[in-house]
Ligand binder design. Structure first.
Ligand SMILES: *Cc1c(COP(=O)(O)O)cnc(C)c1O
Length: 404
């Protein structure tokens, strides 16, 4: 076996398909969101505007979040020093779990080191605890849910994206006596569309299934207190488990589930991805706690984000750019080719100081490669106009089609 050659060939395949990933080396400028410095060039850092951050509301730079983290750092130090079971259950963790349970109107919540781990650990453990369980999974579910479902060893039935008729067909065809779990997202992060949560809960009731909702791209941003689409649509109480991240709109890091006390207790007690890992740093937890509390009380960031997203969609559409039919804060431009998507992104960064990452397979299906913009409360009208002008120029240069 020529190991080096095999690995080199694996990388060559990515280059050949135009989807070899290049990470852009940046530092964000605190207090000047969305401005950052980029270290790609040779003449020292270059100022750029970030258009693809998942720190949607700039909470990662919010003064109260930073103050809470500084205070925790100086009070208790850098790390937690252990797993939750062995010395790492800090009072910050306990407080944040109570805050998150309250955010979703659930009895309890459980923290994980990331949203990815919360999905992987919870779904795999639930599946193993429910004998013969069948998991019904939306075809566009995130890789972390897919990983959890695979590890669960359960039978998986994939339903077409947001297709209630197809979901019902699959539910009706399953053995009425086996446990069933429906796993889906609220805001789909790459298309920016929203699941019909209440209708899916109706089907769950009809076929005696439990529900698992990933609200990663909605927590902090929807609902009167930032409880997500399930809060906005007043259906949180109907969902068995709500999962979220502290790394996107909350601006820090970590993941969680919220559910009734029994379910949280069983995941806490059985999930290896929760048990056998050092708990989140109390500094991160203190920051997340400040962020969750702030966004529960303040709607200004949410309103600013919605206004910015609506404005950018209008500006793109007016310029004839192929903006996808998102109903949320996510503004995707369809390119449909990995090489061109990367080329547009490269030109934007090199010539216009605009940073937007091309999104390619396997994050999105092949042939639907795109640029995904996430405007927030700090992206102003002038930035948006400059961005649209740059894109129109590049579209012309690469002989891509603009709408009339
Ligand atoms: C980002 C993401 C996750 C993972 O959350 P992290 O906290 O970044 O690990 C889970 N689900 C969806 C839909 C995501 O987009």
């Amino acid at each position: 076996m020529d190991y080096a050659k095999t690995f080199a060939q694996a990388i060559d395949r990515l280059h050949a398909e135009g989807r070899y990933r290049v990470f852009i080396d940046i530092l964000r400028n605190k207090g000047a969101f969305p401005n950052a410095r980029c270290f790609a060039g040779h003449n020292g850092p270059k100022p750029i505007t970030v258009w693809c951050s998942n720190d949607y509301l700039a909470m990662g730079q919010h003064p109260s979040v930073i103050a809470a983290m500084e205070e925790a750092l100086h009070d208790v130090g850098a790390g937690s020093g252990g797993t939750r079971n062995i010395g790492g259950n800090t009072h910050y963790h306990v407080d944040l779990e109570a805050e998150l349970a309250d955010l979703h109107g659930k009895e309890a919540a459980l923290l994980f080191t990331s949203g990815y781990i919360s999905n992987e650990a919870t779904l795999s453990t639930l599946g193993k605890l429910l004998p013969g369980c069948v998991i019904f999974s939306d075809e566009l579910n995130h890789a972390s849910m897919i990983a959890g479902i695979r590890t669960s060893g359960c039978e998986k039935q994939i339903f077409r994206h947001n297709d209630l008729a197809h979901l019902e067909e699959l539910l009706a065809a399953a053995d009425p006596d086996v446990p069933k779990l429906i796993a889906f997202e609220s805001v789909y992060s790459m298309d920016g569309d929203v699941a019909p949560i209440a209708d899916i809960c109706d089907l769950a009731d009809k076929y005696n299934a439990i529900t698992y909702l990933d609200e990663v791209h909605a927590v902090g941003m929807y609902g009167a207190r930032g409880g997500g689409i399930s809060e906005r649509d007043a259906v949180a109480h109907r969902l068995t488990i709500i999962e979220g991240t502290l790394g996107k709109a909350f601006g820090v890091m970590g993941g969680y589930i919220a559910a009734d006390r029994n379910i949280v207790d069983v995941i806490r007690s059985y999930a290896p991805g929760f048990i056998f890992t050092t708990s989140l740093s109390p500094v991160l937890v203190a920051g997340a706690l400040a962020s969750v509390r702030h966004l529960k009380a303040s709607g200004a960031e949410r309103e600013g984000q919605q206004a910015a997203a609506a404005q950018l969609k209008t500006i793109f559409a007016d310029a004839g750019l192929p903006v996808m039919a998102s109903t949320t804060h996510i503004v995707p431009l369809m390119v449909g080719d990995p090489v061109k998507a990367k080329k547009i992104s490269d030109i934007l960064l090199a010539e216009y100081g605009v940073y937007v990452q091309p999104i390619n397979y396997p994050t999105v299906p092949r042939g639907t490669e795109r640029l995904r913009f996430t405007p927030g409360p700090s992206h102003d009208t002038a930035m948006m106009r400059e961005l649209a002008e740059a894109l129109v120029e590049i579209w012309d240069r690469l002989e891509l089609r603009l709408a009339a």
